[in-house]
Design a protein around this ligand. Structure first.
Ligand SMILES: [Zn+2]
Length: 186
């Protein structure tokens, strides 16, 4: 059984979403933890008492992508080797890395002076944020099912069924990234 601390890693730390998604919650006999981009579902955890505050319709729509049992043949694969850098930091070209434009805060980088880009990693037909693959890959017995081709014919490989994964004692969904065929982010 996953620990509460392991489930908490899937919850949101965004101040705007923390009230809804900041801790695991129970729904229809399961405990769910999600930040809106990655979701994990386990049998109802004895230490979780909070009920879902999300609309049942929106939650059911998302959970419809997740099979009840791990399918036999969907091209399941382990989490691949990941790059050492899970975030790509580059200086903001708008303000030259100073964080300021004349006397104002640079809006392009919110005054940080740099951009932080996600690092896409390809698995099957899809690309995923390396940070989330690292998180999912830390769980026991993870098998990813990204082999269902996206329905879209263009290079924006996010349209299509939400890729799911199974692990020992649970399952989940992982939002793919929009990535050009070159592997570079738009
Ligand atoms: Zn800037």
């Amino acid at each position: 059984m996953l620990t509460l601390a392991q489930l908490q890693l899937f919850c949101s730390t965004d101040p705007l979403r923390i009230q809804q998604l900041g801790t695991p919650f129970n729904y229809k006999g399961h405990t769910i933890a999600t930040d809106g981009r990655v979701l994990i579902r386990v049998p109802q955890h004895p230490d979780v008492i909070r009920l879902s505050v999300l609309s049942p319709k929106s939650l059911d729509d998302v959970l419809a992508y997740l099979p009840d049992a791990c399918p036999e043949d969907t091209g399941l694969c382990p989490v691949p080797g990941l790059p050492a850098e899970k975030r790509r930091v580059s200086p903001c070209t708008e303000c030259g890395g100073t964080g300021k434009l004349s006397d104002d805060v640079c809006e392009e980088c919110d005054g940080e002076g740099h951009w932080e880009d996600l690092v896409p990693v390809q698995v099957g037909y899809r690309y995923f944020d390396a940070r989330f693959l690292e998180l999912v890959g830390s769980l026991p017995g993870v098998r990813l099912a990204p082999a269902i081709p996206p329905m879209s014919t263009d290079r924006w490989a996010w349209v299509g069924p939400m890729p799911f994964f199974f692990l020992d004692g649970g399952a989940g969904l992982l939002m793919p990234m929009k990535v050009h065929a070159s592997g570079n982010q738009p």
